[in-house]
Design a protein around this ligand. Structure first.
Ligand code: 293
Ligand code: CA
Length: 159
């Protein structure tokens, strides 16, 4: 600071100040829209927002629907996120797939990224791999059950 002088420099300084003001206003606007959006039909935990539009699908459809929307199938990584997703399940009274599965290696549950899960909220006796259950659904009580990937479930995405 202070090394820059002359007319052009003054102009640049003015432009930077103007941009800083615009950025501040833009952030405030985005924040308001985000709040209104969450109030309408979503939920949030930390930096994540979770949304459902009422549509349903099997695991592959749910995954594809969320990525087409520019998001990810909701993947609870802690209890705050799990509770936020649970509340949407309750609102729609319909269980949902989460972005967790053991398709690759039986008993080794991973996020869609391939990373091993670092948080779980299994229901009592789960996962039991009854028949073959490689996907994970979240119940209205927030607990998880491993389940066939071919059921129809509420689609909840995270953004
Ligand atoms: C068995 C025992 C039930 C359990 C169910 C699910 C299926 O029927 O208590 O809810 O398996 O694990 O995914
Ligand atoms: Ca099960």
């Amino acid at each position: 600071q202070g090394d820059c002088g002359g007319r052009e420099c003054d102009l640049l300084k003015t432009e930077i100040r103007d941009l800083q003001e615009q950025l501040k206003a833009l952030k405030a606007t985005v924040g308001k829209i985000q709040k209104a959006w969450i109030f309408m039909n979503g939920n949030s935990a930390g930096e994540k927002t979770f949304q459902a539009n009422g549509s349903e699908g099997d695991f592959e459809t749910s995954k594809a629907t969320c990525s087409q929307a520019g998001g990810l199938l909701a993947s609870p990584r802690n209890s705050a996120e799990n509770t936020a997703i649970q509340q949407i399940v309750v609102r729609h009274n319909k269980a949902a797939y989460v972005g967790i599965n053991d398709i690759e290696t039986e008993g080794s549950f991973k996020y869609l990224s391939g990373e091993a899960i670092g948080y779980s909220n299994w229901a009592g006796g789960e996962p039991n791999n009854l028949g073959t259950e490689d996907c994970v659904e979240i119940y209205p009580d927030g607990r998880w059950n491993d389940r066939s990937c071919n059921e129809k479930r509420l689609i909840i995405c995270e953004f």
